[in-house]
Design a protein around this ligand. Structure first.
Ligand code: ADP
Ligand code: MG
Length: 274
């Protein structure tokens, strides 16, 4: 009894809560199975390490602030003809983040840009990287607020430390000059030091409209695209495809798209008869 109390006190002091929780149960099993002392210790420490890794992953996912938790497992590459699956799987390995490279996902609305951005972010969390996800317009608002409260440099320092910064939806809504300058500052400070992932529905030639002016946009695009992986995701909107399938009475599937095969059959049938 006294042993148990002392053990609990020491384990608490040493911050080994999982060992503290599991040692009576694992000790009982060890007696039953004649487990050697070192194997008993190993089993206990393994539990502690696994629990810590799980807690750390949960914390990284929480801090990343993803809008949804979507992974590559639920992404239907068959429905996204233009996206290079091998390239995405390779990016999920995370070496681009170690090399401080960038990823730019370009494509129209509904093609899965946010889905892939989140999935790569989650993959990065699994590789023990720190990640922050922002809809770009939201980050601009937060930076402007921080500036008004004289807390800008603190926020900038916090963002600088993050391994991967995900900026979602660089779109048609232009920023104020100050907003554009703040975003430029964030991206410039990460150049060749830390990774940025940007999703956008606009080709680079249209970016000056968003970033208030040619010169700053040119400098920004320069920094962002140097050492970057640009993935094109153009195609039909996945949302649109799914609602289209519902209208046609075809159940949505995760495999090949029945709407596509229907069209292919329609097109092929007459020529096959001719
Ligand atoms: P975007 O950011 O390009 O506008 P989203 O990532 O928001 O598009 O995708 C819209 C919805 O369709 C989301 O629910 C997303 O999970 C889903 N989606 C898009 N493309 C795919 C796909 N190829 N496989 C599975 N789900 C997809
Ligand atoms: Mg999106």
């Amino acid at each position: 009894m006294e042993t148990t109390l002392l053990l609990k006190a020491y384990l608490k002091k040493l911050r080994l809560p999982t060992v503290g929780r599991d040692f009576p149960k694992i000790a009982e099993e060890a007696v039953k199975t004649n487990l050697p002392y070192d194997r008993y210790l190993l089993a206990l420490l393994e539990q502690e390490v696994l629990q810590r890794e799980e807690n750390a992953l949960k914390m990284r996912l929480k801090r990343a602030n993803f809008p949804v938790l979507k992974t590559l497992e639920t992404f239907d590459f068959g429905a996204s003809a233009s996206l290079n699956k091998q390239k995405v799987l390779q990016l999920a390995e995370g070496r681009w983040i170690q090399a401080a490279e960038n990823v730019i996902l370009v494509g129209n609305s509904g093609v899965g840009k946010t889905h892939i951005a989140v999935a790569l972010g989650i993959a990065a969390c699994r590789k023990e990287c720190s990640v922050r996800f922002f809809p770009l317009a939201k980050l601009v608002t937060l930076l402007l607020e921080a500036q008004a409260q004289h807390a800008l440099s603190r926020m900038e320092r916090q963002l600088e430390r993050v391994d991967l910064l995900i900026l979602d939806e660089l779109g048609y809504v232009p920023f104020s000059k100050t907003g554009a300058e703040l975003i430029f500052g964030i991206i410039a400070s990460r150049y060749e030091r830390r990774s940025v992932l940007v999703t956008t529905n606009m080709e680079f030639s249209l970016w000056p409209e968003v970033f208030a002016g040619e010169r700053m946009t040119a400098a920004l695009v320069d920094r962002l695209t140097h050492k970057s992986h640009i993935l094109s995701m153009s195609g039909e909107s996945y949302r649109f495809k799914q609602s289209h399938q519902k209208i046609l009475g075809i159940p949505a599937t995760n495999g090949s798209n029945p709407v596509d095969s229907l069209r292919a059959a329609d097109i092929l049938a007459p020529s096959a008869g001719a």
